[in-house]
Write a protein that binds this ligand. Sequence first.
Ligand code: FE2
Ligand code: FE2
Ligand code: FE2
Ligand code: FE2
Length: 404
Amino acid sequence: MNPLDQSGMPVEEQFRSWSELNVEPYDKRAVDPYTRTRVILMNGIEVESIMFSHQFHRHTDNPEIREALAMSRRVEQQQQKVVNGLNPGDQSPLETTIGYEQVAVDLTAWLARNEPDPVVKMALDFALLEDFDHLYRYANLYELLDGKQAAELTGSLTEVMPGRPTIFHHRDPRDMVKSHYDTHTVHPLTRMHVMTIVAGEQQTMNFYMNHGTDWVEPIARGLYAEIAQVEEEHVTHYGSLLDPLDSWLKQLVFHEYNEVYMYWSMLQNETDARIKNVWELHLDMELGQLQVACDLLRRYEGVDPAGILPKELPDIPVTFEPNKQYVREVLAATVDLRPDGVGYTPVDQLGDDHRFFTFQEIVNAGGTPSEQIIDQNRTASGGEYRDESEGAHPIFPVPARTSR
Ligand SMILES: [Fe+2]
Ligand SMILES: [Fe+2]
Ligand SMILES: [Fe+2]
Ligand SMILES: [Fe+2]
């Protein structure tokens, strides 16, 4: 289908009442883990669309554009409430966190497997191993604080074990800035993959920025503070891939187009009929919002949207599915890489005076929560928490449990 040929629901008809916005949440004990990840991801997509629209509106003094943005933005806010409202109140912030990192692992791996641009694929593979490690650290916090197993949340669809250890994620901020793609030559899928991962990582960053203080225990507060900083790195890393030279109106069109693609993707795989209806309704809304954005681009820049968008929506939906072997392969091949300028270098080839080591000495002085959490859980639970459904870890074997 070509979204440009679909009129969708007119934006003026998209507003809903409070009772329609206050949706019934899913049951956290019965939900498909990948329904949870779809809800988390689409919340991130909506939050990005809202924050982008606010920034755009503060950068234009055209009253018609500002009013059109205000209309679509209020609808995006309603969409965000409906999507995020699907999360139940009895799902603790730590349980939601484990969902966030499961999103990061299986979304990033899927995008990397389907990414046509080798530079962007490398960027995805690189950060994949880090969110994979975050999942393991938070799973140990979950066992330590709540005595529960993260597999109850992940459904063992995603393994839980060390990735590139979080202690090595902390590097000079300048090494997170990569080269951007060229908007004139970029593959349409690459553009959407980058926009999607930026939105997802940004929402994870926002979540940890605000939920890191929900705990009394110092180890929990410390772990969130540490991993929140890594998500800042990831948002910088992925955000630097976007071509910054696109006009605001073109960026608006790309945002609406990506929302169309993402809702269409989610509805292809949704197993919960009620939530599938949400994806369908929101797809129709995004098609209407896309029409508004395209109209503004035509009238104010004289640009035909068909000239900057693909002829058809890609026929491969972004899919949540297990990526266990893929993650293991990337782990075995690239665990030792460190970002080095716009590229990546194995740690043993970095000079002793590299700014990576200088930065490590500053932030890891006095102990690192992501290491301490494993030690504390080993002591408290008799061993660390892992869910290695595909066999022994390719690099870091599990120390034996001393009791249980
Ligand atoms: Fe939206
Ligand atoms: Fe993460
Ligand atoms: Fe991340
Ligand atoms: Fe939208």
